[in-house]
Design a protein around this ligand. Structure first.
Ligand SMILES: Nc1nc2c(c(=O)[nH]1)N[C@H]1C(S)=C(S)[C@@H](COP(=O)(O)OP(=O)(O)OC[C@H]3O[C@@H](n4cnc5c(=O)[nH]c(N)nc54)[C@H](O)[C@@H]3O)O[C@H]1N2
Ligand SMILES: Nc1nc2c(c(=O)[nH]1)N[C@H]1C(S)=C(S)[C@@H](COP(=O)(O)OP(=O)(O)OC[C@H]3O[C@@H](n4cnc5c(=O)[nH]c(N)nc54)[C@H](O)[C@@H]3O)O[C@H]1N2
Ligand SMILES: [Mo]
Length: 785
């Protein structure tokens, strides 16, 4: 199928670029879909064996197991997988999970991408392969450039690459014609240097992956509790009476969280899961670090599974709270924690009015949850003193994502479940350092206090105008207003909604620069010129030249986990190539080349001695005083969190209740609500394999999970080929050649994999407050093809 052959109104899967046609999704899949029963429990022996198979297969036995033994140990390597915290006390030797092991093995890959590889494959040809294939080709080993009108990447020296970046940046008519994207793996030292560089250069265009992830959580928590971070700590799970897990698939995306849930459960806690899908890890869990788990004996985790409809969370939580208020009204003082509310909270009356006036039938119909189940949840909540609320993307990536989080926080506040042991919001972050990147100042909407501090410490005038977030960067790219686009890691193209629109924008730049470990599709959609700058992975040793004749020194970096603990991380492996640089050094060298004498800090010295960067962090970031000293302590240190102490730094000085309306029903008759999910074999856009083991969907990713009754009604059977069309604001987008799979999902709802489904998701459907794209709710129709 050529571009010209693609029918009208069908999302073309290739676009023209100055370097040839680039495919965004291979034209046809020849994967042979296999189906197995959906699993009811996760982990156990097979998971551990699988992780070793993966580590050994891709990285070789020694390269594979050595970093695994270092993972999440004090003074070891921070896992490059998710942001779940490590235990403050003693840690198990195998304190990692199957998916952390995959992340490490993928990084420790012994295959290499050399200049020869790029010489024998044009950019256009590379794009005919899947994302899986691209990353499977091995580690990037030397800087590569795609020159004007060239069809192939060719090698370039580091010095020439930095000079090219400096020339392009310094030739811009305004610094705001550049944008600097950050993916959440970047370490604190890289992130701090990067935001400083962007601001010294003159722009706040600092989009990051958080804009597409937990931005809604940050907005909701800032408004209601005065800090954009959760308050629960890992040991709170040991004391909790009740844990809610909402819109999250921990068995796949945060497997070590299951150990905390299991511990809570053993200490008598109940667990309520809210999810349209019965995710294996939530239903049952076999701890691979325990003998019983090794034998295949599972802990039943979830006591109450609320199989909510997609975007049914506000009506569900409203229903639960309405029930609680009915009991409170019948017996005052029996439900609301008045001690907490009177002393620490504001705005309760408006919430009570909203709950009292809500209509039961609407709440039940829109949530898909019956009143009895709501009553059961409400009963456990009223009788639990210590409640932890965990959530992830199932609630944040909606047009009402911020309100989703707000409505859940209302529930915690009613019960005073914050700022005391065993309780609190637990915002489960994604990328291993996404929280740290924000702490370090990677934010397109910086606080004035941060800019003031940067100004006084580094003696320059930071730009005060707010910059573009991820979605607004995509819009600006498409308007042709961004000439230089720099990516610190990540895969901006495939992470965004509407892949075609995103690609058209990226193809309009003068220069794209991506710092990464592996090749991905973002490297193939280039404007006039493009640079790939290969960096060390976190598991690799980083030795930097010292100035003034001292011997070269090993460097380390630092990260912050989901619970605000900052600690050091040092790689031990020999780098995949001697020509790799740590991304910290790359950022500093770019800054040195671009800014020259304009910057007062010695960027070149920073590139070789990260202690100097940490001194900068200590001078600028609250809670990071004496950073060099504190970060060297085994186990690191906790950043301050006022809400944890019941100090709420909001506009009222109190924790604010909020009123959150039931979202309008935008799904028309004949349409389905489509959500996107990760399979068990991927890390975001990096696909490790084509199996989604727990969901029993093997060997294919172009699938649509659908309810059996809906399939019957449409005369569809599992494996039937379908076309999926999305509908938004009068526009349609279609993907061909997907297969339908019968799945236990509520009626009227379907699920597809990210990133294959992203071409369907409209760019302009975002949360009103956080501007996070609504990746979890798109109206679609499905037809046999
Ligand atoms: N192995 C692995 N680990 C990862 C990642 C990875 O890709 N692979 N990614 C990392 C990143 S960056 C992040 S942000 C996290 C993501 O972690 P998750 O948020 O767990 O990731 P998703 O697969 O997007 O899963 C969303 C969950 O929400 C549910 N859901 C969908 N729609 C709704 C809804 O309307 N309401 C409710 N209540 N639930 C809904 C889905 O069924 C699914 O269980 O994981 C991090 N960890
Ligand atoms: N439909 C849909 N879309 C989504 C989501 C969804 O749930 N549904 N989730 C969104 C979310 S939560 C997120 S966080 C974004 C993810 O968006 P990104 O963070 O931009 O994407 P990743 O897939 O994590 O990036 C993978 C690339 O990172 C590079 N890399 C790996 N390790 C390193 C390293 O140590 N250093 C550097 N410099 N590079 C490295 C590799 O080259 C790899 O190809 O996607 C968003 N998009
Ligand atoms: Mo994320």
């Amino acid at each position: 199928m050529s571009i010209a052959d693609q029918a009208n109104n069908v999302v073309a899967t290739a676009i023209p670029t100055p370097h040839g046609d680039v495919w965004l999704l291979p034209a046809k899949s020849d994967d042979k879909l296999r189906l197995k029963p959906v699993k009811q429990k996760s982990t156990g022996v097979s998971a551990v064996l699988n992780s070793f198979r993966y580590a050994w297969g891709e990285a070789g036995v020694v390269r594979g197991t050595l970093p695994l033994l270092q993972l999440n140990q004090k003074l070891g390597t921070d896992c490059p997988g998710c942001a779940w915290p490590d235990h403050d006390g003693k840690r198990a030797t195998f304190d990692y999970c199957e998916n952390g092991a995959k992340a490490v093995a993928h990084e420790a890959d012994t295959r290499k991408l050399t200049a020869d590889f790029f010489r024998s494959h044009s950019v256009s040809e590379l794009s005919t392969h899947t994302d899986y294939w691209l990353e499977q080709q091995g580690r990037l080993t030397e800087p590569m450039v795609l020159r004007e009108n060239a069809t192939h990447y060719e090698p370039i020296t580091w010095a020439d690459a930095y000079a090219m970046i400096a020339d392009e940046l310094n030739g811009l008519s305004s610094p705001d014609r550049a944008a600097f994207y950050t993916s959440g793996k970047a370490t604190n030292e890289a992130a701090f240097s990067y935001q400083l560089f962007a601001r010294q250069f003159g722009t706040n265009n600092l989009p990051d992956c958080s804009n597409m992830c937990h931005e809604s959580s940050g907005r909701a928590m800032s408004k209601m509790i005065g800090i954009g971070k959760g308050t629960a700590k890992l040991d709170d799970f040991e004391q909790a009476n009740l844990v809610l897990v909402v819109g999250q698939n921990p068995g796949t995306n945060h497997p070590r969280q299951l150990i905390a849930l299991q511990q809570a459960k053993r200490n008598g806690a109940k667990i309520i899961a809210v999810n349209p899908l019965p995710e294996a890890g939530l239903m049952g869990f076999m701890n691979p670090q325990e003998a019983l788990g090794m034998l295949g004996v599972a802990t039943e985790l979830t006591d109450l599974f609320l199989q909510v409809k997609i975007n049914g969370d506000i009506p569900l939580f409203k229903g639960i709270m309405k029930q609680m208020i009915e009991w409170e009204d019948a017996e005052p003082g029996s439900v609301i924690d008045w001690g907490f509310v009177n002393e620490y909270a504001a705005g309760l009356d408006e919430l009570l009015d909203d709950l009292r006036s809500a209509d039961w039938d609407t709440l039940v119909i829109r949530s898909g949850i019956d009143r009895e189940s709501m009553r059961q949840a409400a009963d456990w909540i009223r009788s639990s003193e210590k409640i932890i609320l965990c959530w992830c993307l199932g609630v944040t990536q909606h047009t009402n994502g911020t309100q989703n989080v707000c409505e859940m926080l209302n529930l915690l506040l009613l019960r005073g479940a914050i700022g005391k042991p065993g309780a609190g919001p637990c915002c489960v972050r994604g990328h291993s350092n996404v929280q740290g990147d924000r702490t370090m100042g990677v934010w397109e909407q910086p606080k004035e206090s941060l800019l003031d501090r940067l100004q006084s410490v580094f003696d320059f005038d930071p730009p005060r105008k707010h910059g573009f977030d991820s979605q607004r960067t995509a819009l600006a790219l498409h308007r042709g207003e961004i000439d230089v686009f720099v990516s610190l890691g990540g895969n901006f193209l495939m992470a965004l909604p509407d892949t075609r629109y995103a690609a058209e924008g990226l193809a309009k730049t003068r220069l794209n620069v991506r710092i990464g470990t592996k090749l991905n599709r973002a490297d193939l959609v280039a404007g006039r010129q493009s640079l790939i700058l290969p960096c060390l992975g976190r598991t690799e040793e980083d030795v930097r030249e010292a100035s003034n004749g001292r011997p070269p020194r090993k460097q380390f970096t630092s990260t912050e986990n989901s619970m605000g603990v900052v600690q050091s991380s040092q790689g031990k492996l020999t780098p995949a190539s001697p020509n790799l640089r740590n991304e910290v050094a790359i950022v500093c060298e770019m800054a040195a080349a671009t800014l020259g004498d304009r910057a007062k800090n010695p960027w070149r010295a920073w590139a070789n001695d990260y202690d100097l960067i940490r001194d900068g962090i200590a001078a600028v970031i609250d809670g990071c005083e004496n950073y060099n000293e504190k970060v060297r302590q085994p186990g690191g240190f906790y950043l301050p969190n006022a809400a944890r102490e019941r100090q709420f730094n909001t506009d009222t000085g109190k924790a604010n209740f909020t009123v959150n309306p039931i979202p309008p029903d935008t799904i028309q008759p004949g349409q389905f609500a489509m959500t996107t999910v990760r399979s068990h074999d991927q890390f975001n856009t990096t696909i490790y394999g084509n199996h989604d083991r727990y969901r029993g969907i093997l060997n294919a990713r172009r699938v649509v999970m659908m309810n059996a009754a809906d399939m019957r009604e449409k005369g569809l059977q599992s494996r039937d080929p379908v076309a999926v069309t999305s509908h938004h604001a009068g526009e349609t987008r279609t993907l061909q050649d997907f297969q339908v799979v019968e799945y236990p999902i509520p009626r009227g709802c379907v699920a597809m994999y990210y990133p294959e489904a992203n071409p369907l998701i409209p760019m302009t459907s975002t949360d009103a407050s956080s501007n996070c794209p609504s990746f979890k709710h798109t109206a679609v129709t499905i037809e046999r093809c």
